[in-house]
Design a protein around this ligand. Structure first.
Ligand code: HEC
Length: 147
């Protein structure tokens, strides 16, 4: 009788802790998806090899890709880089002759300059989106003010 009661107590304590564990996992998952939603991207969009070098080259030359990149740049990047990359917390990106893969890697992995830190964007944005950003930044050397 005593043993049975004891066993029952252990069993219910166990079920309770399993339940608690389940709630924790559910909470963790919802925080994760919320973060992904806040970042505005698909979770774990890290380099998945969807964009070949040839396609990246096409996107860099494509006004449509640059326009898509500009839209996102205006929402997310101007806070630190200024309108049309005029500069601010990050340095001026206008009239500079960048190497496309340098831009891509920097956007993907982030950069720091003293106490100023740019986060890595590869968890937030797909390869395609990051190349669109590159495509847009590459156009900033053609602004009228650069002539
Ligand atoms: C929280 C501020 C912040 C935000 C937001 C931000 N950056 Fe940066 N970025 C920086 C800092 C700081 C640097 C390092 C200093 C520098 O090189 O300009 C940097 C550097 C860069 C560089 C390298 C520039 C160079 O000349 O070497 C690129 C490219 C860049 N950011 C692109 C972006 C893009 C694209 C976005 C939007 C998706 C973005 N950044 C959003 C702060 C930011």
């Amino acid at each position: 009788m005593m043993v049975e009661k004891f066993g029952g107590a252990i069993a219910s304590a166990l079920t309770a802790s399993i339940r608690l564990y389940g709630v924790c996992i559910a909470l963790m998952l919802s925080v994760f998806t919320m973060n992904a939603a806040l970042a505005g991207g698909v979770p774990s969009a890290e380099d998945d090899g969807t964009i070949s070098p040839a396609e990246a080259a096409k996107m860099i030359a494509s006004p449509a890709s640059a326009a898509a990149g500009e839209g996102l740049f205006n929402q997310v990047c101007t806070y630190c880089h200024g309108a049309k990359g005029v500069g601010g917390r990050g340095r001026k990106m206008q009239c500079r002759h960048y190497d496309a893969s340098y831009l891509y890697n920097t956007i993907s992995n982030g950069k720091r300059s003293g106490s100023l830190v740019m986060p890595a964007w590869k968890q937030s944005y797909s390869e395609r989106t990051r190349w669109e950003l590159v495509s847009y930044i590459m156009t900033l050397k053609n602004l009228d003010s650069c002539q």
